[in-house]
Ligand binder design. Structure first.
Ligand code: UD1
Length: 384
């Protein structure tokens, strides 16, 4: 039996973890045993606890409850807790997802304790080191022994950073690198019918198919400077008026908290005093999938939402100057507009009339989680 300690902490990681958790439960439970450690980076009910029930994921065995603080303090507190659990549990490997501070903390602990780190969503790069996530990704990849990339671009990025990628005699000095597809594509396929039957978000908000724009904004680069956020919100209002359509906006707690601050008062007033917006609390996974599937256009700075938009053939405006998911832009399903008001308005006008009924199959075939489990079993059963 291979004992894996999976470390999660932020909302998208809880959702990503569902795919491997499901594969282990359904197919590999006599070969892999998974324990879950939640760092507590996200702690609001609707950012965390809710998803374990909705997606039927195994509840965390450990919760560090670190909460929010500066990056240094938050990461340090996570490391202390993860190290304690790891020493007690002595897992055969630590599995991490994506690029958050929780990912980084677990990768550092694993590599320092000489426990193989498995990174799911390896190799992605925005080539912008001012993003906390870019530092987290690069460091995590270089601490990992097994790297699972969702895209071919990810593998190419790793090769450029010196990874040999021969997958022979894998160990911490010669990590294994695999292109397996995206566990979130697995999830989107698996949950899309459940979402139709288990979400009433469309009816409850009186929305019509293809008749609203879904937006999400949470990146620190778009929100921590009030001027940038006001540009973005002004762009939303202009697009809504031009297209005579509603903007549906599930608000991330980071933004909700900021809007209560005096420097953001103008933005809060604008949101409250125009009839462009339908503001929602953070949604469940089934609700967001339903909102994505029924939207005419999606405007977002989230990596997860831009990809789900692609899976559901929805044109997308990305509120960032670059993306790790370059395939979305290359296939013209998405356009990069940053936080400039005019660029967002022009980008939305351009994407508004686009219609897609298929997409290049660059994220695998919906079986990434099973493939990852098979490679973990093959590699960790052999002496490293
Ligand atoms: C984090 C990740 C980001 C990921 C995002 C998904 C890092 C550096 N960033 O960003 O990559 O895309 O999660 O959502 O790890 N807050 C609450 N309740 C919560 C959680 C957060 O109110 O349950 C508020 C707090 O004011 C907190 C702020 O949101 O300070 C930011 O939270 P944090 O976890 O630091 O970063 P995210 O913006 O969520």
């Amino acid at each position: 039996m291979i004992n894996i300690l999976t470390v999660i902490g932020a909302r998208p990681q809880i959702i990503k973890s569902a795919a491997i958790n499901r594969a282990v439960k359904n197919k590999f439970n006599d070969q892999i045993s998974e324990k879950i450690l939640h760092t507590g980076q996200h702690y609001d009910e609707e950012m965390s606890a809710f998803f374990f029930d909705e997606l039927q994921i195994q509840k965390p065995d450990f919760n560090l409850k670190v909460g929010s603080s500066s990056h240094g303090k938050q990461t340090a507190q996570m490391m202390e807790g993860i190290e304690k659990v790891t020493l007690e549990l002595k897992p055969d490997a630590i599995l991490v997802y994506g690029d958050t501070n929780s990912t980084l903390a677990a990768a550092l602990v694993g590599s320092k304790l000489h426990i193989p780190v498995i990174h799911v969503e390896a190799g992605l790069r925005s080539f912008d080191k001012s993003m906390p996530e870019e530092i987290n990704r690069i460091t995590t990849d270089h601490c990992s022994t097994l790297l699972f990339s969702p895209t071919k671009t990810g593998v190419d990025n790793l090769k450029k950073e010196g990874f040999v990628c021969d997958n022979i005699k894998i160990n911490s000095n010669n990590p294994g690198v695999y292109h397996v597809g995206d566990v979130m594509y697995d999830n989107s396929i698996y949950y899309s019918t459940y979402a139709q039957n288990n979400s009433e978000i469309i009816q409850n908000n009186f929305l019509e198919e293809n008749d609203y724009i879904l937006v999400t904004v949470h990146r620190d680069s778009n929100t921590d400077d009030p001027q940038k956020l006001i540009n973005i919100v002004n762009a939303f209002v202009e697009v809504s008026e031009q297209k005579n359509t509603k903007i549906v906006w599930p608000i991330h707690p980071r933004v909700k908290n900021l809007l209560n601050k005096p420097e953001y008062e103008k933005i809060a007033d604008l949101i409250n005093n125009t009839d462009s917006f339908i503001i929602l609390p953070p949604t469940s996974f089934f609700d967001i999938i339903q909102l994505e599937q029924n939207a005419r256009l999606i405007i977002t700075d989230s990596g997860g939402v831009q990809k789900e938009a692609y899976f559901f053939n929805k044109p997308t405006v990305i509120l960032r100057p670059h993306t790790e998911w370059v395939e979305l832009v290359e296939s013209k399903h998405a356009i990069l507009c940053g936080s400039d008001k005019q660029k967002i308005v022009a980008g939305a006008a351009k994407m508004w009339s686009k219609r897609f009924d298929s997409f290049p199959e660059v994220f695998g075939k919906g079986k990434a989680a099973e493939e990852i489990c098979e490679i973990i079993i093959k590699t960790l059963s052999a002496p490293c």
